[in-house]
Design a protein around this ligand. Structure first.
Ligand code: WT7
Length: 655
């Protein structure tokens, strides 16, 4: 009874929107009616209202090659023009686009006119390196303005960016560079994290040097922003400083238009196998839904709001709600390079106060860690500028939701819990602030124009009050268009499970409450969610068995108070290793091994050395039972195990 989920479903509080908020909100109830009356027409209207089309489209949705879909296919637009030039042409060139705060406290205010100029220079510089339409560019950077400029410069020339989170290892970077056959890597010497310079360029050097994987060398240049000032090795033929190359480039550049379905970016995300998937997003539909959700769900008023989405550009949230959504709307936003607790735990609230942030969009993990530090830290700052709060990345427990509203939102602000995924490109399920009465812990309702349901294994919608699997039942504008280089995997992963109905399978469990509101219950596949970041159990297991000591490994996501889930590994050592070494200190070694191989976010919280793993007769590891052990729970049904005694052995070894 005390499990989080039972508790979550007992939640009955509701918060109706205040009349003041509703009066100024972009969203109104009639959006639902318009969308219900003519869904495709609704999205066509949005695409025309929110974006500038160089060549207007006449077709809306083409699903003749299902499950592949095309939106606005015969239209042409420039994503960069929509995010930059048109705001300058409309007379808003002096509006601040980016309020950048570096971790050491340095500040840059960049207007739309300046940002447009910088992007034009970077576009010219990339073209000068021979990069053009369809080429892939990897971006491995700290969260500094040049990262945003680099992405938009790619968009401007029709190159496809692949941003790799700066916290990922050289190995992870290499596999992504290879998979996309990138021709350029844009990076920085280093960036600031926790008061120190964290180097990036050495990881790029390593990724491009020890290519023992037989992959063809595709990278011709590495473009390096000087940020950390740390010493870096230099390859004169390959490496270029940004300040030499971009700063000296011309600031004249006409943005060409590209077809609506031109690929905009690839973003790798973990799936159920060890190999990350390169999710492909295209231009017109993606930008439409990015702008639409930023306008209606996050209620941006570009003339007056200061928006702050705390995500890194290495994740999809940073793509859609740091770069494309806010800039398409012409909004002013904060970007902050560093960690929340540096130099003291109130840093984020100092930023909110200093810039007068009015809309804050962050993850439950961050909220829970602020809860732990106590309310006095935010309460010492003036947070009265905040008028709307958003949550994304994982289920938010009602306690954290209510704390967020009471302490950060001074007991007044609406909270929108937004459910979506790398694959969906933009928000899909969320309250419409000013319209929906919100319920702590529930993501609630599909957006206008989005069709989502909860179904049973056979694809039948469940009745209210029941649980099942979350599906999207009709194509949406910002949907992924494929998996880079692997169309079969696209079909298999997302569309095979409900092929008959043509539903998109999200991989999440969900429940409809008595009102039909949706409650997300976590992944139903071998994907974990640690601090709102997606990790694959298989990928971490492969990394563990790549260590000389390890014979077998099983990884599970255990419950964690702060990070939602935490990585817990069960490892069997090789006899040959044990005969020559003692296992002393090995767990510590293995933790850093995973961190080096994949990145610090994948580092297991606990590693248990065990002598056996629970397996079914067909040899499949029963992770569910290991999760019970990791959570300190009574171990569930073991009858399908090949050896039913194995769980008591493991439980004893873990204690
Ligand atoms: C997975 C997608 C969405 C951008 C950041 C993560 C979980 C996401 C919520 C939410 C409950 C959520 C799901 C989803 N998730 N938002 N509001 N409530 N769960 O993107 O790395 O592609 O992960 O995050 O499990 O499938 P991602």
């Amino acid at each position: 009874m005390s499990s989080t989920i039972d508790h979550l479903l007992d939640e009955e509080r509701q918060f109706a929107p205040s009349p003041e908020f509703a009066a100024q909100a972009n969203g109104t109830a009639d959006l639902y009616e318009r969308a219900a009356a003519d869904r495709e027409g609704f999205w066509a209207d949005q695409a025309r209202e929110l974006l500038h089309w160089h060549k207007p489209f006449t077709q809306v949705l083409d699903r003749s090659n299902a499950p592949f879909a095309k939106w606005f296919d015969d239209g042409e637009l420039s994503v960069a023009y929509n995010c930059l030039d048109r705001h300058v042409e409309a007379g808003n060139g002096d509006r601040v686009a980016l309020l950048f705060e570096g971790e050491p406290g340095d500040e840059r205010r960049i207007t739309y006119a300046e940002l447009t100029r910088e992007v034009k220079k970077a576009a010219n510089a990339l073209e000068g390196l021979g990069i053009g339409h369809g080429d892939r560019v990897a971006i491995y950077m700290p969260l500094i303005p040049e990262a945003v400029i680099a992405m938009l410069a790619c968009a401007r020339i029709g190159a496809i960016h692949s941003v790799v989170f700066g916290g990922f290892s050289a190995d992870s970077l290499r596999s992504r560079v290879d998979d996309a056959a990138a021709r350029v890597v844009i990076t920085a010497d280093g960036g600031y994290r926790k008061g120190k310079v964290s180097a990036l360029k050495p990881a790029v050097d390593q990724a491009l040097a020890d290519r023992g994987n037989g992959a063809q060398e595709t990278v011709e240049h590495v473009l390096v922003v000087k940020r950390g000032g740390n010493d870096v090795d230099w390859d004169d033929e390959r490496d270029l400083w940004w300040h030499d190359t971009v700063d000296n480039a011309s600031d004249e550049h006409e943005a060409p238009a590209f077809p609506a379905e031109n690929p905009l970016y690839i973003l790798y995300t973990s799936g159920t196998t060890g190999k990350p998937k390169g999710v492909i997003h295209t231009s017109g539909g993606y930008l439409t839904q990015a702008a639409f959700t930023n306008k209606y769900t996050l209620d941006i008023h570009p003339e007056s709001d200061v928006f702050w989405c705390t995500a890194d550009i290495g994740w999809v949230t940073g793509h859609t709600y740091v770069v494309y959504g806010p800039l398409a709307l012409g909004a002013t936003q904060v970007i902050y390079e560093g960690t929340p607790e540096f130099p003291q735990p109130g840093r984020w609230w100092d930023i909110v106060e200093k810039y007068g942030v009015s809309i804050l969009y962050t993850a439950p993990t961050a909220i829970r860690s602020f809860m732990k530090q106590g309310r006095q830290i935010p309460q010492e700052r003036d947070l009265s500028s905040l008028r709307l709060l958003g949550s994304v990345g994982e289920p938010i427990n009602p306690e954290a939701w209510v704390w967020y509203r009471d302490i950060i939102g001074h007991g007044e602000t609406p909270i929108v819990d937004t459910w979506w995924q790398t694959e969906t490109g933009a928000t899909m399920v969320a309250a419409l602030p000013g319209v929906t009465a919100t319920k702590p812990g529930s993501a609630q309702v599909p957006l206008p124009g989005i069709l989502v349901d909860v179904v049973d294994e056979s694809g039948q919608p469940v009745a209210n009050g029941n649980g099942g699997l979350l599906v999207v039942t009709a194509p949406w504008p910002s949907m992924l268009r494929g998996v880079w280089g692997d169309p079969e995997r696209f079909k298999e992963t997302y569309w095979a499970k409900f092929a008959e109905q043509g539903y998109y399978f999200a991989g999440d469990g969900a429940r409809k409450d008595e009102d039909g509101d949706i409650w997300l219950l976590g992944r139903v596949d071998d994907v974990m969610n640690v601090s709102g970041h997606r990790l694959s159990t298989t990928e971490i297991e492969s990394s563990l068995v790549a260590h000389e000591a390890t014979a077998e490994a099983a990884v599970v996501g255990a419950k964690d108070e702060t990070t939602g889930e935490a990585v817990v590994a069960f490892v069997i050592l090789k006899e040959s290793y044990l005969s020559a070494h003692t296992p002393e200190g090995l767990a510590v070694q293995l933790r850093s091994w995973v961190s080096e191989q994949i990145g610090p976010i994948a580092r297991p919280r606990d590693i248990y050395i065990v002598s056996e793993l629970p397996k079914t007769r067909s040899g499949k590891i029963m992770r569910r039972l290991l999760r019970d052990v990791a959570d300190g729970k009574e171990v569930g049904d073991t009858t399908t195990l090949a050896d039913t005694a194995v769980m008591s052995v493991i439980s004893a070894q873990v204690k």
